[in-house]
Design a protein around this ligand. Structure first.
Ligand code: KG4
Ligand code: ZN
Length: 330
């Protein structure tokens, strides 16, 4: 079975081809136009998808050496995401599905992130804990089987990726903030500044990052670099406050559920310091980390999940579906 996946939930225009659970091609065009605004502008994102989609899909098919007529189905991100951005991808996908007379499967973007772990390790066994951390979400899931997921905890305010992005804006680093903060943090010492860790009460599995951002804002108001503390120390300390919280909540989730396995998913999962500390703090746990290119938004995860869904006939839909900007996983 050959599936074309299309992903346009935010500012990456992406297409990929998956054949029998193998990714033949994965193309992502990141819309750099948003950099100058320090964040994604929804209206611009939709227009950019419109401009880029045809080309990105063409490239994915060409690299996979697949002709449109060879496709058996199309999978497309239904949500969550920006309404106009999602609609652009869905309309394109529907048009192509009608023209080729093949089925189309809407898939959940968050579920796509989680399933990217099966691309990294096809032998991953259920159940497992998943730390899902992106620009829009910070959640911990107990993944018991396909379509059988328990939400253990989530953020009350900002997502972890948002905390990276807002921090980067305060540091004047640019967008997206995660990779930039990770890079600069390597030059500093993370124990130099003690930023707050929220909701650390004994059994709490929730997150809150808005207080951290505010405390950085106040800190930077009066901060002057000297021999004692450099800006890189502040960046490293800020990153560690986010990572510490994530790692501690994962540790508790593993403990509370008696889990043996854990995966991470979403853009923040690309953070190598997070991966290292997670392993260090949970030495008995089997970890699976997605390929770096499949952490941030991509269509490989959408095409792969599409194949799984169509084979298990879960969510196998007709053309009547539409974008669901706040689509939940459960
Ligand atoms: O999954 P994703 O591409 O988009 C959403 O679904 O939101 O995640 C994007 C988020 C951004 O907030 C970005 O700053 C963050 O992931 N991110 C990282 C890293 N790479 C991307 N955060 C920390 N470290 C990274 N290396
Ligand atoms: Zn995402």
């Amino acid at each position: 079975m050959i599936i074309l996946g299309i992903e346009t939930s935010c500012d990456e225009t992406a297409a990929a081809v998956c054949q029998n659970k193998k990714i033949l091609s994965s193309k992502v065009s990141q819309q750099i136009i948003h950099e100058k605004f320090g964040g994604v502008v929804p209206e611009i994102a939709s227009r950019e998808h419109e401009l880029l989609l045809n080309h990105v899909v063409d490239e994915a098919l060409r690299e996979a050496k697949i002709k449109p007529e060879d496709l058996d189905a199309i999978s497309v991100t239904q949500g969550p995401g920006l309404s106009g951005a999602l609609l652009t991808g869905i309309s394109f996908a529907k048009g192509l599905a009608v023209a080729l007379n093949i089925p189309i499967i809407p898939v959940n973007h968050l579920e796509g992130h989680i399933f990217a772990n099966f691309l990294a390790n096809p032998n991953l066994k259920y159940p497992f804990i998943c730390l899902l951390v992106s620009g829009g979400h910070s959640q911990i899931w107990n993944i018991k089987n396909i379509d059988d997921y328990d939400l253990l905890g989530e953020t009350r305010d900002d997502a972890a990726g948002e905390a990276f992005d807002k921090g980067a804006r305060i540091f004047g680093l640019g967008y997206p903030g995660g990779p930039l903060i990770e890079e600069k943090a390597k030059l500093g010492h993370h124990e130099k500044v003690r930023f707050p860790r929220s909701l650390m009460g004994a059994d709490n599995l929730e997150f809150s990052f808005s207080g951290l951002k505010t405390s950085l804002l106040y800190f930077m108001d009066s901060f002057e670099e000297d021999d004692e503390i450099t800006i890189f120390d502040v960046i490293a300390s800020y990153q560690m406050a986010i990572i510490d919280t994530l790692v501690e909540k994962v540790r508790r989730s593993i403990e509370q559920t008696n889990s043996k396995r854990c995966v991470i998913a979403g853009g923040v999962a690309a953070n190598l310091t997070l991966r290292k500390i997670l392993k260090e703090k949970n030495p008995m746990i089997e970890f699976v980390f997605p390929d770096l290119s499949f952490c941030t938004d991509n269509a490989a995860m959408i095409s792969f999940l599409g194949e799984i869904k169509i084979k298990s006939r879960i969510n196998y839909n007709d053309l009547s579906f539409s974008a669901i900007p706040n689509l939940k996983l459960k």
